[in-house]
Design a protein around this ligand. Structure first.
Ligand SMILES: Cc1cc2nc3c(=O)[nH]c(=O)nc-3n(C[C@H](O)[C@H](O)[C@H](O)COP(=O)(O)OP(=O)(O)OC[C@H]3O[C@@H](n4cnc5c(N)ncnc54)[C@H](O)[C@@H]3O)c2cc1C
Length: 389
């Protein structure tokens, strides 16, 4: 057992850390205020080879895996969760393709993500189906050598910029079917007839990468664009399970950034004849949070290693869900403490603390809420998948 990163990942961490400090940090506030897609950061990540971290070398990526992407996202999220989301989007829609896609799909769709010539997004949620994904109503009906898709996906991150989408739809006869073999994954290209972007959301945080609706009206999807097998809903869960470390990385990075920011401030700010950092009560808060951040980091790195080993099936779910649950809750806590430690200054837009605070909250909602993760962890213990005997 070794807690040190292998040399190549330590090098990646150092490189992305510099890049995040030099290029991402100065842009964070502006991205939030304009809410404009930061194309400059996309190009920066492309030129630094970060868009292909999780894509195997056979498909144009660098093969750094989920752990590599986790480490890069942690660094970037110290300053901008929007930038971290841009990196996350290289894995969320491509995950199902890498897990169960055909060789032809991998050759066709993965290299463009790795070299930045294409972008993708992931459509599972619908207005009436968030946590309850089986409530989805988007429908795919077989017609000759194609499937015809109709429906609306919502809250889709990166929907505006995407060139293709991983979309889940009901393929059972009954759209209300809750059977797990009633749902299938498809690759849908933006340029196809009937594919449109609907309204975009007015978000509290993580502005700059829009979330919004994907409208599907009589879209003909060739049968070869089914990912995995027809009725393969399990793929949605496998894809999301393998994403837990990557969402967790956005949480630990944000928590580290917020705590470092607040620490710098309390060491400067004076009150009652000393600095705020001299008060023991403040030191204890910093110490407790630093401990939680390190605990979350260990859970996150372990979950990334497991995911890279292909351990994202049911028996590994508690370890993966714990990382997502804990790291994102720590992010919310850290950003709240950071605002508090800066007092009035922390509440104002002159400081990054209020941005951390707004950005953090979505992390406990996306890709399975904290409650959903707790349910999965509990199921793991009750089923003895997580047991200490
Ligand atoms: C910024 C942002 C980006 C997003 N990006 C994407 C994307 O790219 N693609 C995509 O498909 N979706 C995306 N989503 C949607 C996201 O996955 C859903 O919001 C999430 O799954 C929760 O669904 P919901 O919002 O419908 O909440 P609901 O399911 O309505 O839940 C409401 C509340 O009830 C709780 N709850 C629900 N069920 C249970 C239960 N069984 N036990 C206890 N509590 C429960 C939830 O935890 C939550 O607190 C995004 C959301 C946001 C906010």
């Amino acid at each position: 057992m070794d807690f040190a990163l292998p040399d190549e990942l330590a090098e990646l961490q150092a490189t992305v850390r510099r890049l995040a400090q030099d290029k991402v940090k100065p842009r964070a506030r502006q991205i939030d205020e304009t809410a404009e897609y930061p194309q400059d950061l996309f190009e920066l990540f492309r030129d630094a080879g970060l868009l292909g971290l999780c894509i195997p070398t056979a498909y144009g990526g660098s093969g750094a895996g989920i752990l590599g992407l986790t480490i890069a996202i942690e660094e970037v999220a110290k300053y901008s969760n929007t930038a971290a989301l841009m990196l996350l989007l290289t894995r969320l829609p491509t995950g199902p393709v890498m897990i169960a896609g055909s060789e032809e799909q991998k050759q066709r769709y993965l290299p463009g993500i790795a070299d930045g010539s294409q972008r993708a997004a992931f459509g599972l949620s619908e207005p009436q189906a968030g946590s309850d994904v089986m409530g989805m109503r988007t429908r795919a009906v077989r017609d000759g050598d194609a499937w015809v898709l109709n429906g609306t996906k919502c809250w889709m991150s990166g929907v505006v910029q995407a060139d293709w989408y991983t979309v889940f739809a009901k393929t059972a006869d009954e759209v209300t079917s809750r059977r797990h073999d009633s749902t299938t994954a498809f690759i849908v290209e933006r340029a196809w007839d009937g594919v449109g972007v609907g309204s975009t959301d007015r978000k509290m945080g993580v502005r700059g990468v829009d979330t919004g609706e994907l409208l599907l009206t009589d879209v003909r999807v060739p049968a070869e664009n089914v990912i995995g097998e027809v009725g393969g809903f399990r793929l949605a869960m496998l894809g999301l399970n393998s994403m837990r470390p990557i969402v967790a990385a956005r949480g630990i990075g944000l928590a580290e950034g917020a705590l470092m920011y607040a620490t710098d401030y309390v060491q400067q700010r004076e009150a009652f004849g000393q600095t705020i950092a001299d008060f023991q009560g403040i030191q204890w808060e910093i110490a407790a949070l630093a401990t939680e951040i390190e605990a979350a980091r260990l859970l996150t790195y372990r979950s990334a290693v497991l995911a890279d080993e292909g351990k994202f099936t049911k028996e590994w779910v508690p370890y993966l869900s714990m990382a997502k649950y804990y790291a994102t809750e720590v992010a919310v806590k850290a950003s709240g403490l950071a605002v508090q430690l800066l007092g009035a200054a922390g509440y104002m837009k002159d400081h990054l603390t209020e941005l951390y605070y707004r950005d953090a909250k979505q992390l406990t909602i996306v890709e399975g809420t904290s409650q959903v993760q707790l349910g999965l962890i509990a199921r793991g213990v009750l089923d003895r998948d997580l047991w200490w005997d």
